[in-house]
Design a protein around this ligand. Structure first.
Ligand SMILES: Cc1cc2nc3c(=O)[nH]c(=O)nc-3n(C[C@H](O)[C@H](O)[C@H](O)COP(=O)(O)OP(=O)(O)OC[C@H]3O[C@@H](n4cnc5c(N)ncnc54)[C@H](O)[C@@H]3O)c2cc1C
Length: 423
C-alpha cells in the first residue's frame, strides 16, 4: 500500500517536499491555509498588474530549486533571465563578472572595478582568497562586520553591506559570518555559472507554486487550499491531521504555526521555533512609462534617508514596461517610520539616483510590507532540527541548515524532509 503523507503548508518547502514524496510513490495530501499557494514567494492576490509579494534574487548555485522546477516541467529558460553576476549602480559603477569559473571571474571583476583605488581592490581580493584558503569557514560567533573589519570603508559600504543584506536580509553588524561565507562558497568556489544571477521573468506564482500544484494533481495528489490545519495528533505510530489519518506528516508551515501545532508533541522544539526573530522587507512598486533601466537589477545606495538597496526593472523581466520595484531589505527601522514615509523616501531616492534613466515622472503604484520576510540570520542561531518524532518531520527555510532564509534553503529542506518522512 502507498504511504499516506500529509504536507502542511504550500510554500516552496512544502510544495517541493510534496513533489518529492509523490515522485517517490507516496499518496500525498497538501494542506494550505491561504487560498493561494507559494507562501512568502507568491503573486499578490487581486492585483491585475502582475505584482509579486517581493523581488526574489536567485543564483546559479540554486541547484535543488532548478532540479525541482525541471521535475515539474518548468525549464530554467522559461522561468529565469540568467546573467553573469552584475552588482552595478545607476552610474554603471560596481562589479560585473565575466563568463567562466566564478573565482577567476570575481578576481577579474574586482581588478576592473572603476571608482575603487588599487588598495581597495587588492584588499578585497586578498580577503576573498584568504576566505577560500580557509574553506570559507570562520568562528561561529563572528558577524559579517567582524569578517570585513579590515577592509576599506568603500569596499564595505559599496559591496559587502549590500551583498550581505541581499543574501541574509540582516545588517552586516548582526549577520552570521558563517552563513555569509557559506553563500559565498556556493557562489564562488563552485563550477561555472554558480554565481550567475537568475532573475524570475514570470510572476512568482507561475514559477514554482502553480506548476507544482498542477503536477501534484496530475499525479493524483490532493490539494486542500484555504484549510488551516488546527490539530496534529499522534495515534500509535501514525498521525491524524484535523482527524484525517496519515502514516507521516511533513510540517512545512511557517515557524510560528509549526511551533503551535507541534507544542503538544515536542515543547522544546516548539520553543526553539517560536523564539526566532524576523527581519521585514518592504517593496515599493512604481511606474514610469517609457523607462528602461541600464540593467534589469541595479544597486542603489541606501542610508538613513534613502531606504532602497535595489531596484528591479520589471519591464525587462516579463512585466509591464516602466514597472519598477524598489527593495528595502532589513527594513525594521523603515517599518517603524511607517509605510507612507518609506514610500515617499524611496520615490525621492529614485528620482535623484535614477534621474538620467527616468523617461516619465515616477508614480507610486503599491507598497507591500512583509513583516516576517526572513528570520534574522545572526551568529550561532539556534534553528530547530528537521526530525521531531517518528513519522513527523519539519521543513522550511528556518530549519537547521547552512543557508539563510532563501528559496533554495526552503526547497532543500522540503526535499530532505520528504526523504526523512518516507524512510
Ligand atoms: C519580500 C521577500 C523577499 C525575499 N527575497 C528573497 C530572495 O531574493 N532570494 C531568496 O532566495 N529568498 C528570498 N526570500 C525568502 C523566501 O521567500 C523564503 O525563504 C521562502 O519563500 C520560504 O519558504 P517556506 O516554504 O520555508 O515558508 P513559507 O513560504 O512561509 O510557507 C509556509 C506556508 O505554510 C502555510 N501555513 C502556515 N500555517 C499553516 C497551517 N496551520 N495550515 C496550513 N498551512 C499553513 C502558509 O500559509 C505558507 O503558505 C524573500 C522573502 C520575502 C518575503
Amino acid at each position: 500500500m502507498k504511504r499516506r503523507v500529509a504536507v502542511i503548508g504550500a510554500g516552496w518547502a512544502g510544495l517541493s517536499g510534496a513533489v518529492e514524496c509523490v515522485a517517490a510513490g507516496a499518496e500525498v495530501t497538501l494542506f494550505e491555509m491561504s487560498p493561494l499557494v507559494g507562501g512568502r514567494a507568491r503573486d499578490v492576490a487581486g492585483v491585475d498588474i502582475g505584482l509579486d509579494n517581493g523581488q526574489h534574487i536567485c543564483i546559479g548555485a540554486y541547484s535543488e530549486t532548478l532540479r525541482v522546477l525541471a521535475r515539474i516541467g518548468v525549464a530554467e529558460a522559461d522561468g529565469f533571465l540568467r546573467l553573469p553576476l552584475r552588482l552595478v549602480d545607476a552610474q554603471g559603477l560596481g562589479l560585473r563578472l565575466p563568463d567562466g569559473a566564478p573565482m577567476p571571474a570575481f578576481a577579474c571583476a574586482v581588478l576592473r572595478r572603476r571608482g575603487w583605488s588599487w588598495r581597495d581592490r587588492v584588499a578585497l581580493l586578498a580577503t576573498a582568497f584568504l576566505w577560500k584558503r580557509r574553506g570559507f569557514v570562520c568562528a561561529p560567533s563572528a558577524t559579517v562586520a567582524d569578517l570585513v573589519a579590515g577592509l576599506p570603508a568603500s569596499v564595505r559600504q559599496q559591496f559587502i553591506e549590500p551583498l550581505c543584506v541581499a543574501a541574509l536580509n540582516t545588517p552586516a553588524e548582526s549577520a552570521s559570518g558563517t552563513v555569509f561565507l557559506r553563500v559565498l562558497r556556493d557562489a564562488l568556489a563552485a563550477g561555472p555559472g554558480a554565481a550567475d544571477l537568475l532573475l524570475p521573468k514570470v510572476g512568482l506564482g507561475a514559477l514554482l507554486p502553480r506548476p507544482a500544484v498542477a503536477w501534484l494533481e496530475s499525479k493524483g495528489a490532493t490539494v486542500r487550499l484555504a484549510h488551516r490545519v488546527e490539530r496534529l495528533e499522534a495515534v500509535g505510530a501514525t498521525w491524524r491531521v484535523d482527524g484525517l489519518p496519515f502514516d507521516a506528516v511533513l510540517l512545512a508551515a511557517s515557524a510560528h504555526e509549526a511551533a503551535r501545532l507541534n507544542a503538544p508533541h515536542d515543547a522544546a522544539w516548539a520553543a526553539r521555533a517560536a523564539a526566532l526573530l524576523y527581519e521585514p522587507i518592504v517593496t515599493v512598486y512604481a511606474s514610469s512609462p517609457g523607462t528602461r533601466l541600464p540593467e534589469p537589477m541595479l544597486v542603489l545606495h541606501s542610508d538613513a534617508d534613502r531606504p532602497a538597496q535595489f531596484v528591479f526593472d520589471r519591464g525587462q523581466l516579463g512585466g509591464s514596461p516602466g514597472l519598477l520595484a524598489f527593495v528595502v531589505s532589513g527594513a525594521a527601522a523603515w517599518v517603524e517610520r511607517g509605510l507612507a514615509a518609506t514610500e515617499e523616501a524611496t520615490l525621492a531616492q529614485a528620482r535623484a539616483d535614477l534621474a538620467a534613466a527616468l523617461r516619465a515622472p515616477l508614480a507610486a503604484l503599491r507598497t507591500i510590507v512583509e513583516k516576517r520576510a526572513t528570520f534574522r540570520c545572526t551568529p550561532s542561531l539556534d534553528r530547530p532540527p528537521m526530525r521531531i518524532a517518528p513519522g513527523l518531520v519539519a521543513a522550511g527555510d528556518y530549519i537547521a541548515g547552512p543557508y539563510p532564509a532563501t528559496l533554495e534553503g526552503a526547497v532543500r529542506s522540503g526535499v530532505a524532509a520528504a526523504h526523512a518522512a518516507l524512510s
